[in-house]
Design a protein around this ligand. Structure first.
Ligand SMILES: Cc1cc2nc3c(=O)[nH]c(=O)nc-3n(C[C@H](O)[C@H](O)[C@H](O)COP(=O)(O)O)c2cc1C
Length: 373
């Protein structure tokens, strides 16, 4: 039996299920070209919009690391620490639609068999803004984009009618998806914000609007830590900071929880998992919860900007996994996708211990050991 890494997701054929997510690794033609040459199955462009975009006067992203010797967490003490997360203060692409359009066309001509998804964003507060969604969708698909990803999750929106503020409003999730679906001739995915109390409601709204897939997670609302010496936030402009987005290893378990809620509620629907993936063992979590593709940002940013080593590891990891699983008869993702989806149950359904084993709920040792003199 031969191993097959290819997947068909929302009707689109990918040579492997690993995509670069919409972020700095996918902000330019040269990056996307290098990504495809490195082996990524698909790329989601940095989000494209029609409103003017000016970023903050300072770094747009930094990496928080843990330093075991001192026990400290910092963004500013060099690469010796262990990566904990990335912090995203970056807006969508500051390049215009006119800049993107010819590039989408050129990339698709150069890589007809690779999948290019255009991430798009507009507002929802007026007919003009809704028309922006239509304009963006039509322009990107006319140049050959294989699909559209609606950014309903940008975390730093002062505007009430955009980004995560759409993703927090079920009616708008449904309405905006429907507006794009009416003009789209390619699959439409919606990237939701994790910053809601019950993401199942927003996912349901996307499907009511006839969306083809839900993508999660974008970065989580968060702040940079405060430097104990200067008492300044480690990322700030003139001493000021606003809420930004957390990505990287620390969000893997958080994003899994959101994803599992959605895949259990809609087991027949399509989901693309994001959050804290740098190797196959992490991607496997999302596949076992039911995702048909996964996307990567932070790990790629730290690996030559587009993740050439990361994608090689993901592909090799999936090959090794399928080779090891030959005895189970598995040759492709569909054979194990969703296998652990039903293992998440209500707390009361978890078995209780027999009295004889009971340690008051703690492990027998470790937790309460006395400090040695
Ligand atoms: C600096 C930075 C910029 C980002 N820009 C976008 C964006 O324009 N559109 C979008 O949908 N997500 C954006 N993201 C979110 C990522 O695509 C991804 O959802 C998130 O980082 C979690 O994945 P990770 O844990 O692999 O980093 C950005 C993330 C970072 C760190």
């Amino acid at each position: 039996m031969s191993i097959d890494l290819s997947v068909t997701f929302t009707g689109i054929k990918f040579d492997n299920p690993f995509l670069l997510s919409s972020a700095p690794p996918t902000e330019s033609e040269s990056n996307i070209t290098r990504a495809f040459e490195s082996g990524w199955g698909g790329v989601v462009t940095k989000t494209i919009g029609l409103h003017p975009v000016v970023n903050v006067a300072g770094p747009k992203t930094k990496f928080l690391r843990y330093y075991p010797e001192s026990g400290s967490l910092s963004m500013n003490k060099g690469r010796a620490g262990v990566l904990q997360s990335s912090w995203n203060w970056e807006l969508i692409s500051d390049k215009t639609l006119d800049w993107w359009v010819p590039r989408i066309g050129r990339i698709k001509k150069a890589f007809p068999d690779k999948v290019l998804i255009a991430s798009i964003m507009a507002g929802s507060g007026s007919d003009k803004e809704l028309d922006h969604w239509r304009t963006l969708a039509k322009a990107c698909q006319a140049e050959g984009a294989d699909g559209l990803e609606l950014n309903l999750s940008g975390p730093h929106m002062d505007r009430d009618d955009m980004g995560a503020n759409i993703g927090k409003d079920q009616k708008l999730c449904s309405f905006v998806t429907q507006v794009v679906k009416e003009v789209a001739n390619v699959p439409v995915w919606a990237k939701l914000t994790p910053a809601t109390s019950d993401i199942v409601m927003e996912a349901g709204a996307v499907f009511t609007g006839h969306g083809d897939a839900v993508v999660s997670s974008n970065t989580w609302p968060s702040l940079p830590v405060i430097d104990p010496e200067t008492l300044e936030f480690e990322m700030n402009v003139d001493g000021l900071v606003s809420s930004g987005g957390l990505g990287g290893p620390s969000i893997l378990p958080l994003s899994m929880a959101k994803m599992s809620q959605m895949t259990r509620a809609f087991p027949e629907k399509s989901f693309s998992g994001i959050g804290g993936i740098s190797d196959f063992s992490q991607a496997l979590n999302y596949f076992l919860l039911g995702c048909g593709t996964v996307q990567v940002c932070t790990a790629a940013m730290l690996d030559h900007a587009v993740g050439p080593t990361v994608i090689k590891g993901l592909i090799q990891g999936m090959r090794d996994f399928l080779e090891k699983s030959a005895s189970r008869g598995w040759t492709k993702l569909e054979d194990f996708r969703g296998l652990r989806r039903e293992r998440i149950v209500g707390h009361s359904q978890i078995r209780r211990p027999a009295d004889a084993d009971y340690q008051g709920g703690y492990e027998a040792e470790g937790y309460a050991q006395p400090v040695k003199a």
